[in-house]
Structures are given as C-alpha cells and as structure tokens.
Design a protein around this ligand. Structure first.
Ligand SMILES: Cc1cc2nc3c(=O)[nH]c(=O)nc-3n(C[C@H](O)[C@H](O)[C@H](O)COP(=O)(O)OP(=O)(O)OC[C@H]3O[C@@H](n4cnc5c(N)ncnc54)[C@H](O)[C@@H]3O)c2cc1C
Length: 258
C-alpha cells in the first residue's frame, strides 16, 4: 500500500455556471419590481451591485435563488467543521462502505509552513519527517484493517481507529448567500490553516466569476478591477499550467493585457 501526503483540493463549477446563477438571481429580483426582461451578465451584475449596496440592509435573500456545488477533499478535521454550516447540504464519502485499496491518502498538516510533509512512500526524496508522519498515521489505519481481517471487527467498528488526517471527499451544495457567509468566516486568519486554504480558493474563484458577488463580504474592500487582477495572479502563481487556467485566460485575456 502506498501512503500519499497531499494538499487539500477543491473542484469548482465553471465560470459560465456561476454567471448563469447570477443572471438567475438578478432576473428574479427584477420580477419583484414587475419587470420581466432577458438580462445579460453585465446588466445582472449592475442589478446585484445595487441590491447588495442597499442601505440600511442589503437584500441578500435574492442570492438564495442560486445553487453552487463544490467538491472538496480535506481531512476529517475540516469536513467536521464544514458540516457546522446549517445551510450547507453535504454528502461525504463513507468510511463504512469505501475502503482504500492501493493507496492511503493523508492531508498534509504543514500547510503554509516551510517544511511540507508532501510526497509518497515511493518517492526517493521522501523526508524523515514525512515518513514519521505517514508511519504513525498509517498505523491507525493498518491496525483497523488487522482487527477487521483477523479479529472479525466490522467496518463500522474498525473505522474508529482511522487517523483524522485521512483524506475525505465531501460535496457541498449551497446558495450564494451561504457561500458568502462561509467565506467570511473560513477565509479568515482565525480559521484553521486547512479550511483557510480551501476557502481562499473558493473566494478567488468567485471573484473571477463576478466582481460583484462578494460585495460586502469580510475582506472585500478594494476596487473590483484590482480584485480580478489579484485573483488571476493568485491562480497563475498557484496552478501553473492547470487546464482551468487556460479556460480562465480565454475569459480574462483582455484584463490581463492591461
Ligand atoms: C474560527 C472559528 C472557530 C470555531 N471554533 C469553534 C469551537 O471551538 N467550537 C464549536 O463548537 N464551534 C466552533 N466554530 C463553529 C461556529 O461556532 C459555527 O458553528 C460555524 O462557524 C457556523 O457558523 P454560523 O452558525 O454563523 O453559520 P451557519 O450555520 O452557516 O448559518 C448562517 C447564518 O444563519 C443564521 N442562523 C442559522 N441558524 C440559526 C438559528 N438557529 N437561529 C438564528 N439564526 C440562525 C445565523 O445568522 C448564521 O450566522 C468555529 C468557527 C470558526 C469560524
């Protein structure tokens, strides 16, 4: 069995999809004023900006007409934090029915630190500290497997020995209002590094899709053009030749050339 230590990851819906959900929210907002028009994305952004800047309170309930599903891979520690959000609809991989076969994936706890544990047991550059982390974490998993195979423990009993860093896949659907709230809380310096890492990526992606969507959210106080530029720079430095970046360039090429 290979033991692999990885970073958390997210799979996000397409920019087109996020934008179609924004158009949907804006169209519904117009219906509340007796208007039934076919909106462009730009027009929808204008409408949404007005709604989210309303004084004394923004009309955030309009954002509940959207649905955004995000696939997250993280440790059991952060999936536990994610399910505390009451307007998230989560589905999580089962440790009763799904058993790792060829590899055990662990989430690196050294996020943001200089000496990451990342790599796998097949890697010749595997460091001593990574080996130690992998060995202790794998021990819990391996003990569970032994008890199951040799002592007749059931899967639901054996899984109590699994380490918390075991990678877990969780798919979350929620509306824009709840994603905005979660970004404020979780892409924040008080949140744990792993969940910050995930929500930083969600925040930057939302910024790319729309300069308006995060209006009023904690941490959003600069010029929309600046934000878009920051988000593109962020993805470029992070993702290298990641295929999504190529798609993003198609969208934002003109801004990049500025
Ligand atoms: C940095 C950090 C540290 C944390 N530490 C701990 C900890 O040590 N222990 C712990 O148990 N939890 C902890 N949490 C979890 C935290 O207490 C919340 O459960 C979690 O952040 C979800 O936030 P929420 O309740 O605002 O949001 P959601 O559940 O996403 O709800 C969204 C919003 O809807 C409204 N709402 C939802 N339900 C109700 C309701 N029943 N009544 C009235 N209004 C409602 C509120 O305005 C709420 O903010 C921590 C969270 C963070 C970000």
């Amino acid at each position: 069995m290979i033991v692999r230590i990885v970073l958390p990851s997210v799979i996000l819906p397409s920019i087109e999809y996020l934008r179609s959900e924004i158009i949907n929210c804006a169209t519904i907002a117009r219906i509340s004023r007796g208007k039934r028009d076919l909106l462009t994305f730009q027009k929808s952004e204008e409408i949404l900006r007005r709604i989210l800047k309303m004084k004394p309170f923004p009309h955030e309930s309009i954002l509940e007409h959207s649905k955004v599903t995000i696939y997250i891979r993280g440790s059991r520690i952060i999936t536990h934090q994610l399910v505390r959000h009451r307007f998230f609809s989560p589905t999580q991989i089962s440790t009763r029915y799904v058993q790792p076969k060829r590899e055990v994936i662990l989430i690196d706890p050294t996020l943001g630190k200089e000496a990451p544990f990342r790599g796998n047991t097949d890697d010749p550059n595997w460091t001593e500290i990574s080996s130690l982390f992998a060995r202790y974490s794998y021990q819990g998993f391996n003990n569970a497997e032994n008890l199951r195979k040799n002592r007749g423990w059931t899967r639901e009993q054996a899984r109590y020995l699994f380490p918390q860093c075991l990678a877990a896949d969780i798919i979350i659907s929620a509306n824009f209002r709840e994603w905005r709230h979660a970004i404020s809380l979780r892409d924040h310096k008080n949140a744990s590094p792993e969940i910050q890492y995930i929500f930083k990526r969600i925040r930057e992606y939302f910024r790319l899709a729309s300069p308006t969507l995060l209006e009023g959210v904690y941490g959003e106080n600069h010029d929309p053009d600046e934000l878009l530029k920051e988000a593109l720079d962020f993805f470029e430095s992070e993702m290298g030749n990641w295929p999504l970046l190529v798609k993003l360039r198609e969208y934002f090429g003109t801004i990049e050339k500025k």
